[in-house]
Design a binder for this molecule. Structure first.
Ligand SMILES: [Zn+2]
Length: 348
């Protein structure tokens, strides 16, 4: 009896610890922090690029090992979105990714009771590894969207830097969604994002996936695209397929059929994914820093290529806006082309 009780307590404390880590441990995503990039590393070099290359968009390599040419920026503001943490200069992506974000924001506002999206990191101007925050996001086909609704007014630049993340998890509980924070509109937003054919995966915390498995009563065809992952409790991560004609983009196999609510999800609720290495085990060898030469060859050419003249000319919709005669209204079409004049942020 006593040993059992002790074991239970141990398990509970381990799981409580795990719950904390579940939200904050290095996740291959927004939580991983490094004080500064190692000089000469791919992270340092790609992180120093302030503008994208000229020319057509190309995703080169894999989501977690590659680079991006011809990137375009998500406008910092739109009628149904605001880009966050502007100082990071990571609102660059393939036009297909930017168009998808704009479309999601519009659809969510129109159909899902979600007033608009706050967009986190997409990619750096020339993609490549980032010195903090992510293993992927390297080829312009990954984007983070906050699980916090867009406020009814445009946030100031300072607010966009400092607005805290809101976790969907209960503090001090193991992988449990906080029902005081979670809403059906968030579930609808996730399934809206999963509904687009070009979206291949959406990474969410295992607790959020579980919540969706237990509560989503609509069409479950796309539920399998929601993939449980460490972190991702205050934002979700959208990954789209290599766009057609992207010869240099290395695709990822599609997710397995089914809703993903079975065994793979159950594994996250065992101690295994949260186990710390035993003291007897050697600490894992720190992987060698990734150098530009480790990336696809074409990435060196991406670094050497001439820049566009300014971020403005490479902002998504800028060409369409420039081509529009001054007398007509700016296009805000279903393709996402068109800059939206400031001041048109709708009230919630
Ligand atoms: Zn992400």
């Amino acid at each position: 009896m006593i040993p059992l009780r002790v074991r239970t307590l141990n398990t509970v404390s381990k799981f409580t610890f795990a719950a904390t880590i579940g939200a904050t441990v290095i996740t291959g995503d927004a939580m991983a922090q490094q004080a500064a990039p190692t000089p000469g590393s791919a992270k340092a070099i790609f992180g120093a690029a302030t503008l994208p290359t000229q020319g057509p968009p190309q995703s080169i390599g894999f989501y977690a090992k590659g680079c991006l040419s011809g990137a375009v920026a998500l406008p910092a503001d739109g009628p149904t979105w605001q880009a966050m943490r502007l100082s990071r200069n990571r609102r660059w992506g393939r036009p297909e990714m930017i168009a998808l974000l704009e479309r999601l924001s519009r659809d969510a506002a129109k159909y899902d009771g979600w007033p608009g999206i706050l967009v986190g990191d997409i990619s750096q101007p020339r993609g490549g590894p980032m010195f903090n925050g992510h293993a992927s996001h390297q080829i312009g086909l990954d984007a983070d969207v906050w699980l916090t609704p867009m406020p009814a007014r445009p946030l100031s630049t300072a607010e966009r830097e400092s607005l805290p993340f809101t976790s969907m998890l209960e503090k001090n509980k193991f992988l449990t969604v906080d029902d005081k924070v979670w809403t059906e509109s968030r579930a609808r937003l996730l399934m809206r994002a999963a509904s687009y054919p070009e979206v291949e995966r959406i990474f969410v915390n295992p607790a959020i996936k579980k919540k969706m498995c237990e509560t989503w009563t609509g069409d479950r065809t796309n539920l399998g695209k929601l993939r449980p992952e460490y972190g991702h409790d205050s934002h979700f991560h959208i990954r789209i397929k290599c766009p057609a004609g992207s010869a240099n983009c290395k695709p990822q196999p599609p997710v397995a059929a089914g809703d993903g609510c079975g065994k793979t999800l159950a594994w996250w609720f065992t101690p295994e994914p949260w186990a710390k290495p035993k003291p007897s085990e050697k600490p894992p060898v720190k992987p060698r820093e990734v150098m530009v030469s480790d990336l696809p060859k074409a990435c060196q050419a991406v670094l050497n290529a001439p820049s566009v003249a300014s971020a403005g000319v490479a902002t998504f919709g800028a060409k369409a806006a420039a081509a529009t005669p001054a007398t007509s209204t700016l296009p805000v079409s279903s393709t996402g082309a068109g800059n939206t004049p400031p001041g048109s942020i709708p009230q919630q």
